[in-house]
Design a protein around this ligand. Structure first.
Ligand code: NAD
Ligand code: ZN
Length: 360
């Protein structure tokens, strides 16, 4: 048996207000006057001087505002890379992603594609990246995806929605400043937070589970229960704990896998553009059969926070639409194997998935 040798984020700053240290963190990493830092920032912060005024631009440094309305696409990564290469006198010093999973994943992918030739879609899969990525920094402004620690960047390409999973994907530096998440709207807070909760459930009940994943998963799960089911946390405590839950949940799946909700949610997202957080919630709500305890608790959390999930998403879909979703979901074999074991194909058939999708 050979054991996987996973990379981890080598440097992390944690603390409310730590975003103020960004410039001093970056300064020693500058490669030259003509090698800019490129800041990919969620455009929700476009007119937010509280955040942007603290990004000190020197020489040719640039902020590129990017909308998170849609999840990252391989073509979007290619366009960003082309724009950055064309407009920079030299290869940049680094890419800094500021935002949620969407911006973090874009920053990771762009930093890989600047040092690796070809197109983003060429690298969707496992361990296809050849060269070290450009120095890249992740600064989450909403918590839950675990993208800040993971070794993947999830992209929708012309043929599939699949991550660039590689040893070069994880950030070189992360800054965890919970104050940046203070403006998140309630529903979005819940959906992205539930991504973390679902990571825990899928990891902890999976066949890939081991003591490494279990310890991180239990820590994250315990934090999620405090945040989403109890009333005794202050807003600041809740934001800080969710930031750490996201981190631990992400660490838990580094050494295991996600499961049924993620596989099926990728299908929804590929066909309908349903975003990851809400898509996971829509799917998970119907997965009692696979995760009885986890779904029961999820429903309690949903009720406590008055979250109404969209219904009838698949009501008007054609057979070929269902087939597209089913194909995407079934292609994620490690997720099914983690969820149900090596013989998962005995229980999970296209018909079974169609019946489940029809409920959503
Ligand atoms: P997101 O980045 O898509 O953002 C969701 C919404 O919240 C957006 O409208 C955004 O503008 C807004 N927002 C973000 N920060 C805010 C703030 N501080 N104040 C107000 N609004 C704010 O959401 P997400 O759920 O964090 O990320 C989803 C993405 O993450 C998907 O593309 C998914 O595939 C990816 N993902 C990646 C991994 C990984 O390991 N790489 C894991 C899970 C999910
Ligand atoms: Zn997820």
């Amino acid at each position: 048996m050979s054991f996987k040798n996973f990379p981890m984020v080598p440097r992390v700053i944690f603390g409310r207000g730590s975003f103020n240290q960004l410039n001093e963190v970056l300064a020693p990493k500058r490669l030259g006057l003509n090698a800019p830092f490129i800041f990919l920032v969620d455009d929700v912060f476009k007119n937010n001087a509280w955040l942007t005024s603290r990004i000190q631009l020197s020489y040719d440094d640039r902020i590129i505002f990017v909308s998170a309305d849609e999840e990252p696409k391989t073509s979007q990564v290619d366009n960003l890379v082309e724009d950055i290469i064309l407009k920079s006198k030299q290869r940049p010093s680094g890419i800094i992603g500021i935002g949620g999973g969407t911006l973090l994943d874009l920053a990771k992918a762009v930093s890989i594609l600047i040092t690796n030739e070809g197109h983003a879609q060429d690298y969707q899969g496992w361990d296809l990246v050849k060269s070290k990525a450009l120095y890249h920094v992740g600064i989450p402004t909403i918590s839950g995806t675990g993208s800040e620690v993971s070794r993947t960047t999830v992209l929708t390409g012309p043929e599939k929605k699949l991550g660039i999973n590689s040893d070069f994907t994880p950030f070189d530096q992360v800054i965890l400043d919970s104050e940046l998440s203070k403006g998140v709207l309630k529903d979005q807070w819940f959906f992205t937070g539930m991504d973390c909760y679902i990571h825990c459930v899928e990891s902890l009940t999976g066949t890939y589970l081991n003591a490494f994943s279990e310890s991180y998963g239990n820590m994250a799960l315990d934090l999620c229960k405090q945040i989403f089911l109890e009333d005794n946390l202050s807003e600041i405590e809740s934001q800080e704990k969710l930031m750490m839950a996201s981190w631990h949940g992400g660490m838990s799946i580094v050494y295991s896998q996600v499961g049924v909700a993620h596989a099926m949610s990728y299908g929804l997202s590929y066909l309908l553009g349903t975003k990851h957080g809400i898509g996971n919630c829509i799917v998970f709500d119907h997965l009692e059969e696979f995760y009885p305890e986890g779904v029961k608790l999820f429903k309690q959390m949903k009720a406590k926070h008055n979250i109404i999930l969209p219904q009838g998403l698949c009501a008007d879909l054609s057979d070929s639409d269902f087939n597209v979703m089913i194909k995407v979901a079934l292609s994620l074999e490690p997720l099914w194997e983690n969820a149900l074991g090596k013989n998962w194909k005995k229980t999970i058939t296209p018909e079974k998935l169609k019946t489940l999708y029809q409920k959503m």
